[in-house]
Design a protein around this ligand. Sequence first.
Ligand SMILES: [Zn+2]
Ligand SMILES: [Zn+2]
Length: 122
Amino acid sequence: MKCFNHEADAIGICKHCQRAICKDCCTDLGFGLACKDTHESDVSMLNSLIENNKRAYESQPKATMFGPLFFIFMGLVFSYFGYQKGLDNLSFIIGVGFIVYGIAIFVYNKLFFKKVTTEYET
Ligand SMILES: [Zn+2]
Ligand SMILES: [Zn+2]
């Protein structure tokens, strides 16, 4: 494999333009090679994009816990105030509905993420 610019042997491929580049033409950014003075910023941008996506994905299980907990909390508030007025009160029914809905999402998320992690491990 020869360098795109020279006759010299290439040592790697630019992460941005996928061209083979030699030692003199590349900048090692630590996580990949880039064409010197041209694609350095593109490659670092690409890399930070991937890093951000990875971080967003990793924090997802925690984020999905917030939804069901919110519904269960709201359900408790509604049903508490509804309960004081009588069991056939509308806000009590709504409250119970919220709790059931919250638990349903919670269980669904737990099953879903369990599946994802086991698939990832194998
Ligand atoms: Zn070169
Ligand atoms: Zn390049």
